[in-house]
Design a protein around this ligand. Sequence first.
Ligand SMILES: C[S@@+](CC[C@H](N)C(=O)[O-])C[C@H]1O[C@@H](n2cnc3c(N)ncnc32)[C@H](O)[C@@H]1O
Length: 388
Amino acid sequence: MPEPLDAALTEVRALLLDPALTRAVAAGRRRGHRPSVVRAELRPVTLKAGPRLQISTSDGARPYTRNVAPGVEAGAAVDALLAEPFGNWHVETADATLQLRVTKSGEAQVHRAAASRPAAEPGGHDREKDYLLDPGDPIFAEIGGSAAKRRQVDAFLRALAATLPDDLTGPLRVVDLGCGNAYLTFAAHRYLTARGLDVELVGVDVREDQRRRNTELAERLGWADQLHFVAGTIADAVVEPAPDLVLALHACDTATDEALARAVRWGARWVLAAPCCHHDIAAQLRARPAPAPYDLLTRQGILRERFADVLTDALRAGLLRLHGYRAEVVEFVDSRHTPRNLLIRARRIGTAPTDAQRAEYRELVDQWQVTPRLETLLSGAGTDGPAA
Ligand SMILES: C[S@@+](CC[C@H](N)C(=O)[O-])C[C@H]1O[C@@H](n2cnc3c(N)ncnc32)[C@H](O)[C@@H]1O
Protein backbone atom coordinates (compact mmCIF):
# COMPACT_ATOMS: atom_id res chain seq x y z
CA MET A 1 0.00 0.00 0.00
CA PRO A 2 1.39 3.42 -0.88
CA GLU A 3 2.51 5.56 2.05
CA PRO A 4 3.19 9.28 2.37
CA LEU A 5 6.60 9.93 0.87
CA ASP A 6 7.81 12.30 3.60
CA ALA A 7 7.20 9.80 6.38
CA ALA A 8 8.88 7.02 4.40
CA LEU A 9 11.92 9.22 3.71
CA THR A 10 12.10 10.06 7.42
CA GLU A 11 12.32 6.35 8.06
CA VAL A 12 15.04 6.01 5.41
CA ARG A 13 16.92 8.89 7.03
CA ALA A 14 16.90 7.16 10.42
CA LEU A 15 18.25 3.98 8.82
CA LEU A 16 20.95 5.83 6.87
CA LEU A 17 22.18 7.44 10.09
CA ASP A 18 21.79 4.28 12.16
CA PRO A 19 25.15 2.82 13.26
CA ALA A 20 23.74 -0.54 12.08
CA LEU A 21 23.69 0.64 8.42
CA THR A 22 25.55 -1.74 6.13
CA ARG A 23 24.80 -0.32 2.68
CA ALA A 24 22.34 1.91 0.87
CA VAL A 25 21.79 2.83 -2.76
CA ALA A 26 19.67 5.60 -4.28
CA ALA A 27 18.96 5.54 -7.99
CA GLY A 28 16.33 6.18 -10.66
CA ARG A 29 14.24 9.30 -10.87
CA ARG A 30 10.77 10.52 -10.08
CA ARG A 31 8.32 11.35 -12.78
CA GLY A 32 9.13 14.75 -14.32
CA HIS A 33 12.30 15.21 -12.21
CA ARG A 34 15.98 14.54 -12.64
CA PRO A 35 18.36 14.16 -9.67
CA SER A 36 21.71 15.94 -9.93
CA VAL A 37 23.48 12.55 -9.78
CA VAL A 38 22.30 9.30 -11.32
CA ARG A 39 23.25 7.09 -8.38
CA ALA A 40 24.42 7.41 -4.80
CA GLU A 41 25.82 4.67 -2.61
CA LEU A 42 26.39 4.97 1.14
CA ARG A 43 28.26 2.65 3.46
CA PRO A 44 30.03 2.92 6.80
CA VAL A 45 33.84 2.84 6.74
CA THR A 46 36.43 3.03 9.47
CA LEU A 47 39.31 5.38 8.73
CA LYS A 48 42.30 6.33 10.85
CA ALA A 49 40.31 9.38 11.91
CA GLY A 50 37.46 7.15 13.10
CA PRO A 51 34.15 5.95 11.71
CA ARG A 52 32.84 7.75 8.63
CA LEU A 53 29.90 7.50 6.29
CA GLN A 54 31.24 6.99 2.77
CA ILE A 55 29.12 8.52 0.04
CA SER A 56 29.88 7.66 -3.58
CA THR A 57 27.91 9.42 -6.27
CA SER A 58 28.07 9.19 -10.02
CA ASP A 59 26.93 11.75 -12.56
CA GLY A 60 26.92 9.04 -15.21
CA ALA A 61 30.47 9.80 -16.31
CA ARG A 62 32.67 10.12 -13.25
CA PRO A 63 32.37 8.67 -9.75
CA TYR A 64 32.91 10.98 -6.78
CA THR A 65 33.55 9.64 -3.28
CA ARG A 66 33.69 11.49 0.02
CA ASN A 67 33.73 10.44 3.67
CA VAL A 68 31.69 12.44 6.12
CA ALA A 69 31.91 12.43 9.90
CA PRO A 70 28.98 10.99 11.84
CA GLY A 71 26.69 13.53 13.46
CA VAL A 72 25.95 16.92 11.94
CA GLU A 73 28.03 16.39 8.79
CA ALA A 74 26.51 13.00 7.96
CA GLY A 75 23.04 14.34 8.80
CA ALA A 76 23.46 17.24 6.37
CA ALA A 77 24.86 15.01 3.60
CA VAL A 78 22.02 12.51 4.03
CA ASP A 79 19.43 15.30 4.02
CA ALA A 80 20.87 16.63 0.76
CA LEU A 81 20.59 13.18 -0.85
CA LEU A 82 17.06 12.65 0.47
CA ALA A 83 16.07 15.98 -1.10
CA GLU A 84 17.15 14.66 -4.52
CA PRO A 85 14.23 13.28 -6.57
CA PHE A 86 15.54 9.70 -6.70
CA GLY A 87 12.98 7.12 -7.75
CA ASN A 88 14.30 4.33 -5.49
CA TRP A 89 16.09 3.79 -2.23
CA HIS A 90 17.47 0.45 -1.12
CA VAL A 91 18.74 0.42 2.48
CA GLU A 92 20.26 -2.47 4.40
CA THR A 93 21.08 -2.47 8.09
CA ALA A 94 22.16 -5.30 10.38
CA ASP A 95 18.50 -5.74 11.30
CA ALA A 96 16.42 -4.84 8.29
CA THR A 97 16.17 -4.18 4.60
CA LEU A 98 13.99 -1.40 3.27
CA GLN A 99 13.13 -0.90 -0.37
CA LEU A 100 11.37 2.34 -1.30
CA ARG A 101 9.97 3.14 -4.74
CA VAL A 102 8.33 6.47 -5.52
CA THR A 103 5.08 5.91 -7.40
CA LYS A 104 3.84 7.97 -10.33
CA SER A 105 1.54 9.85 -7.98
CA GLY A 106 4.49 10.77 -5.72
CA GLU A 107 3.76 8.35 -2.89
CA ALA A 108 6.11 5.75 -1.46
CA GLN A 109 5.73 2.05 -2.08
CA VAL A 110 7.77 0.52 0.72
CA HIS A 111 8.85 -3.04 1.28
CA ARG A 112 10.36 -3.83 4.65
CA ALA A 113 11.96 -7.10 5.61
CA ALA A 114 14.08 -8.44 8.39
CA ALA A 115 17.74 -8.68 7.37
CA SER A 116 18.53 -11.75 5.32
CA ARG A 117 20.26 -13.60 8.12
CA PRO A 118 18.91 -16.26 10.40
CA ALA A 119 16.75 -14.71 13.10
CA ALA A 120 17.55 -15.65 16.66
CA GLU A 121 15.51 -18.61 17.76
CA PRO A 122 13.55 -18.28 20.96
CA GLY A 123 15.86 -19.54 23.66
CA GLY A 124 18.75 -19.63 21.19
CA HIS A 125 21.79 -17.37 21.03
CA ASP A 126 21.56 -14.02 19.31
CA ARG A 127 24.67 -13.00 17.48
CA GLU A 128 26.76 -10.56 19.44
CA LYS A 129 27.31 -8.14 16.56
CA ASP A 130 23.55 -7.63 16.23
CA TYR A 131 23.59 -5.74 19.49
CA LEU A 132 24.90 -2.35 20.45
CA LEU A 133 25.63 -3.70 23.92
CA ASP A 134 27.21 -7.12 24.19
CA PRO A 135 24.50 -9.52 25.45
CA GLY A 136 27.29 -11.31 27.34
CA ASP A 137 27.95 -8.19 29.40
CA PRO A 138 27.76 -9.16 33.09
CA ILE A 139 25.22 -6.39 33.76
CA PHE A 140 22.55 -8.42 31.97
CA ALA A 141 22.97 -11.31 34.39
CA GLU A 142 22.34 -8.78 37.18
CA ILE A 143 19.42 -6.87 35.73
CA GLY A 144 17.61 -9.86 34.20
CA GLY A 145 14.87 -9.33 31.61
CA SER A 146 13.70 -11.41 28.67
CA ALA A 147 15.41 -11.65 25.28
CA ALA A 148 12.59 -9.53 23.80
CA LYS A 149 13.18 -6.82 26.40
CA ARG A 150 16.90 -6.89 25.72
CA ARG A 151 16.26 -6.50 22.00
CA GLN A 152 13.82 -3.66 22.64
CA VAL A 153 16.20 -1.79 24.92
CA ASP A 154 19.12 -2.32 22.56
CA ALA A 155 17.07 -0.88 19.69
CA PHE A 156 16.11 2.08 21.87
CA LEU A 157 19.81 2.69 22.54
CA ARG A 158 20.54 2.55 18.81
CA ALA A 159 18.00 5.30 18.31
CA LEU A 160 19.71 7.21 21.11
CA ALA A 161 23.09 6.69 19.45
CA ALA A 162 21.68 8.12 16.23
CA THR A 163 20.32 11.14 18.10
CA LEU A 164 23.26 12.31 20.18
CA PRO A 165 25.99 14.19 18.33
CA ASP A 166 29.17 12.19 17.88
CA ASP A 167 31.33 14.91 19.34
CA LEU A 168 29.27 15.15 22.51
CA THR A 169 31.32 15.51 25.66
CA GLY A 170 30.01 15.21 29.19
CA PRO A 171 28.83 15.75 31.74
CA LEU A 172 25.47 14.49 30.56
CA ARG A 173 22.45 14.54 32.86
CA VAL A 174 19.89 11.93 31.97
CA VAL A 175 16.53 10.93 33.37
CA ASP A 176 14.51 7.78 32.65
CA LEU A 177 10.86 8.52 33.44
CA GLY A 178 8.63 5.58 34.39
CA CYS A 179 11.76 3.44 34.63
CA GLY A 180 10.05 0.39 36.21
CA ASN A 181 12.68 -2.27 36.79
CA ALA A 182 15.20 0.05 35.13
CA TYR A 183 16.38 -2.26 32.39
CA LEU A 184 16.75 0.72 30.06
CA THR A 185 18.25 2.89 32.80
CA PHE A 186 21.07 0.43 33.52
CA ALA A 187 21.67 -0.32 29.84
CA ALA A 188 21.73 3.41 28.99
CA HIS A 189 24.25 3.99 31.75
CA ARG A 190 26.44 1.22 30.37
CA TYR A 191 26.18 2.54 26.80
CA LEU A 192 26.79 6.22 27.62
CA THR A 193 29.72 5.59 29.93
CA ALA A 194 31.22 3.22 27.34
CA ARG A 195 31.13 6.24 24.99
CA GLY A 196 33.38 7.98 27.47
CA LEU A 197 30.71 10.34 28.76
CA ASP A 198 30.54 11.47 32.32
CA VAL A 199 26.94 10.55 33.03
CA GLU A 200 24.57 11.31 35.86
CA LEU A 201 21.41 9.27 35.52
CA VAL A 202 18.19 9.33 37.50
CA GLY A 203 15.43 6.74 37.21
CA VAL A 204 11.96 7.88 38.26
CA ASP A 205 9.07 5.57 39.03
CA VAL A 206 6.04 5.95 41.20
CA ARG A 207 6.76 2.61 42.87
CA GLU A 208 8.84 2.72 46.02
CA ASP A 209 9.60 -1.02 45.78
CA GLN A 210 11.20 -0.40 42.36
CA ARG A 211 13.27 2.45 43.80
CA ARG A 212 14.59 0.17 46.55
CA ARG A 213 15.34 -2.73 44.24
CA ASN A 214 17.01 -0.54 41.61
CA THR A 215 19.09 1.34 44.17
CA GLU A 216 20.37 -1.95 45.62
CA LEU A 217 21.25 -3.12 42.13
CA ALA A 218 23.13 0.12 41.37
CA GLU A 219 25.08 -0.35 44.60
CA ARG A 220 25.90 -3.98 43.73
CA LEU A 221 27.18 -2.87 40.32
CA GLY A 222 29.25 -0.10 41.92
CA TRP A 223 27.36 2.61 40.02
CA ALA A 224 25.53 4.21 42.92
CA ASP A 225 27.51 7.46 42.68
CA GLN A 226 26.21 8.13 39.14
CA LEU A 227 22.90 6.30 39.08
CA HIS A 228 20.08 7.28 41.41
CA PHE A 229 16.47 6.28 41.72
CA VAL A 230 13.61 8.41 42.91
CA ALA A 231 10.13 7.26 43.92
CA GLY A 232 7.67 9.83 42.66
CA THR A 233 5.45 10.83 39.80
CA ILE A 234 6.82 11.84 36.43
CA ALA A 235 5.08 15.19 36.83
CA ASP A 236 6.53 16.07 40.21
CA ALA A 237 9.54 13.95 41.14
CA VAL A 238 12.50 16.05 42.18
CA VAL A 239 15.27 15.77 39.58
CA GLU A 240 17.99 18.34 40.04
CA PRO A 241 19.68 19.77 38.16
CA ALA A 242 17.42 19.63 35.09
CA PRO A 243 18.42 16.84 32.69
CA ASP A 244 19.84 17.27 29.19
CA LEU A 245 18.35 14.01 27.97
CA VAL A 246 14.93 12.55 28.81
CA LEU A 247 14.13 8.89 28.17
CA ALA A 248 10.77 7.19 28.62
CA LEU A 249 10.11 3.64 27.49
CA HIS A 250 6.48 2.55 27.63
CA ALA A 251 5.28 4.97 30.27
CA CYS A 252 1.60 4.02 30.45
CA ASP A 253 -1.04 6.05 28.59
CA THR A 254 -0.80 9.73 29.57
CA ALA A 255 2.36 9.13 31.61
CA THR A 256 4.08 9.59 28.23
CA ASP A 257 2.42 13.03 28.02
CA GLU A 258 3.69 13.81 31.49
CA ALA A 259 7.18 12.77 30.41
CA LEU A 260 7.06 14.97 27.30
CA ALA A 261 5.64 17.92 29.25
CA ARG A 262 8.31 17.56 31.91
CA ALA A 263 11.02 17.40 29.24
CA VAL A 264 9.72 20.63 27.69
CA ARG A 265 9.57 22.38 31.06
CA TRP A 266 13.12 21.27 31.78
CA GLY A 267 14.19 22.50 28.35
CA ALA A 268 15.83 19.11 27.77
CA ARG A 269 18.03 19.03 24.68
CA TRP A 270 16.94 15.57 23.59
CA VAL A 271 13.83 13.52 24.28
CA LEU A 272 13.23 9.89 23.35
CA ALA A 273 9.84 8.55 24.37
CA ALA A 274 8.33 5.26 23.20
CA PRO A 275 4.62 5.53 24.03
CA CYS A 276 2.67 2.67 25.56
CA CYS A 277 -1.10 2.26 25.46
CA HIS A 278 -3.19 5.25 24.29
CA HIS A 279 -6.54 5.76 26.04
CA ASP A 280 -6.96 9.51 26.36
CA ILE A 281 -7.77 10.51 22.76
CA ALA A 282 -9.54 7.19 22.11
CA ALA A 283 -12.02 8.03 24.90
CA GLN A 284 -12.53 11.54 23.49
CA LEU A 285 -13.20 10.14 20.01
CA ARG A 286 -15.71 7.70 21.46
CA ALA A 287 -17.56 10.50 23.20
CA ARG A 288 -18.60 12.42 20.08
CA PRO A 289 -19.29 11.83 16.39
CA ALA A 290 -16.41 12.15 13.96
CA PRO A 291 -16.38 15.28 11.79
CA ALA A 292 -17.64 14.73 8.25
CA PRO A 293 -16.55 12.95 6.17
CA TYR A 294 -14.48 10.84 8.57
CA ASP A 295 -17.11 8.73 10.27
CA LEU A 296 -15.81 5.61 8.53
CA LEU A 297 -12.49 6.09 10.28
CA THR A 298 -13.92 5.77 13.76
CA ARG A 299 -17.14 3.78 13.45
CA GLN A 300 -15.48 0.41 14.04
CA GLY A 301 -13.90 0.07 17.48
CA ILE A 302 -10.57 -1.33 16.31
CA LEU A 303 -10.17 1.31 13.60
CA ARG A 304 -11.06 4.04 16.08
CA GLU A 305 -8.41 2.77 18.50
CA ARG A 306 -5.73 2.61 15.85
CA PHE A 307 -6.68 6.00 14.50
CA ALA A 308 -6.58 7.38 18.05
CA ASP A 309 -3.04 6.01 18.46
CA VAL A 310 -1.92 7.76 15.27
CA LEU A 311 -3.71 10.99 16.14
CA THR A 312 -2.25 10.99 19.67
CA ASP A 313 1.34 10.61 18.53
CA ALA A 314 0.93 13.01 15.61
CA LEU A 315 -0.41 15.64 18.02
CA ARG A 316 2.36 14.94 20.50
CA ALA A 317 4.97 15.53 17.80
CA GLY A 318 3.06 18.62 16.66
CA LEU A 319 3.00 20.04 20.18
CA LEU A 320 6.71 19.44 20.63
CA ARG A 321 7.29 21.43 17.43
CA LEU A 322 5.24 24.27 18.88
CA HIS A 323 7.52 24.22 21.91
CA GLY A 324 10.83 24.59 20.10
CA TYR A 325 11.65 20.98 19.22
CA ARG A 326 12.32 19.19 15.97
CA ALA A 327 10.27 16.05 16.46
CA GLU A 328 9.80 12.86 14.50
CA VAL A 329 7.99 9.59 15.05
CA VAL A 330 9.86 6.48 13.97
CA GLU A 331 9.69 2.72 14.45
CA PHE A 332 12.59 1.91 16.72
CA VAL A 333 12.30 -1.87 16.78
CA ASP A 334 10.61 -4.57 14.76
CA SER A 335 7.03 -5.18 15.89
CA ARG A 336 7.82 -8.82 16.67
CA HIS A 337 9.80 -7.61 19.70
CA THR A 338 6.98 -5.34 20.91
CA PRO A 339 3.80 -4.02 19.29
CA ARG A 340 4.52 -0.72 21.08
CA ASN A 341 7.35 0.03 18.71
CA LEU A 342 6.98 3.73 17.91
CA LEU A 343 9.40 6.26 19.21
CA ILE A 344 8.91 10.00 19.51
CA ARG A 345 12.33 11.49 19.07
CA ALA A 346 12.85 15.20 19.60
CA ARG A 347 15.73 17.62 19.64
CA ARG A 348 15.45 21.11 21.06
CA ILE A 349 16.18 23.72 18.41
CA GLY A 350 14.72 26.58 20.38
CA THR A 351 13.03 28.35 17.49
CA ALA A 352 9.54 29.77 17.84
CA PRO A 353 6.86 27.95 15.86
CA THR A 354 5.65 29.43 12.62
CA ASP A 355 2.06 30.61 12.20
CA ALA A 356 1.57 27.75 9.77
CA GLN A 357 2.67 25.20 12.39
CA ARG A 358 0.33 26.70 14.97
CA ALA A 359 -2.56 26.74 12.52
CA GLU A 360 -1.92 23.18 11.36
CA TYR A 361 -2.08 21.92 14.94
CA ARG A 362 -5.09 24.02 15.92
CA GLU A 363 -7.10 23.02 12.85
CA LEU A 364 -6.53 19.35 13.55
CA VAL A 365 -7.62 19.44 17.20
CA ASP A 366 -10.53 21.75 16.43
CA GLN A 367 -11.76 19.55 13.65
CA TRP A 368 -11.70 16.44 15.82
CA GLN A 369 -12.72 18.34 18.95
CA VAL A 370 -10.05 16.73 21.07
CA THR A 371 -7.82 18.17 23.75
CA PRO A 372 -4.67 16.10 24.03
CA ARG A 373 -3.43 15.61 27.57
CA LEU A 374 -0.08 17.02 26.51
CA GLU A 375 -1.69 20.27 25.37
CA THR A 376 -3.31 20.67 28.79
CA LEU A 377 -0.04 19.89 30.55
CA LEU A 378 1.85 22.37 28.42
CA SER A 379 -0.62 25.19 28.49
CA GLY A 380 1.20 28.13 29.95
CA ALA A 381 4.35 26.03 30.22
CA GLY A 382 7.43 27.94 31.13
CA THR A 383 10.69 26.13 31.64
CA ASP A 384 12.26 24.75 34.79
CA GLY A 385 15.54 24.49 32.84
CA PRO A 386 16.76 24.82 30.31
CA ALA A 387 19.69 22.51 30.58
CA ALA A 388 22.94 24.01 29.37
C1 LIG B 1 5.06 -0.45 31.31
S1 LIG B 1 6.13 -0.01 32.59
C2 LIG B 1 7.62 0.34 31.70
C3 LIG B 1 8.83 0.25 32.58
C4 LIG B 1 10.16 0.45 31.88
N1 LIG B 1 10.33 1.78 31.34
C5 LIG B 1 10.36 -0.59 30.82
O1 LIG B 1 10.22 -0.28 29.64
O2 LIG B 1 10.60 -1.74 31.15
C6 LIG B 1 5.58 1.59 33.07
C7 LIG B 1 6.18 2.07 34.38
O3 LIG B 1 5.82 3.43 34.53
C8 LIG B 1 5.46 3.66 35.89
N2 LIG B 1 4.54 4.80 35.88
C9 LIG B 1 3.34 4.88 35.26
N3 LIG B 1 2.79 6.10 35.45
C10 LIG B 1 3.69 6.82 36.16
C11 LIG B 1 3.72 8.16 36.64
N4 LIG B 1 2.74 9.00 36.39
N5 LIG B 1 4.80 8.55 37.36
C12 LIG B 1 5.82 7.70 37.60
N6 LIG B 1 5.84 6.42 37.17
C13 LIG B 1 4.80 5.99 36.45
C14 LIG B 1 4.85 2.35 36.36
O4 LIG B 1 4.97 2.20 37.76
C15 LIG B 1 5.69 1.33 35.60
O5 LIG B 1 6.80 0.90 36.35
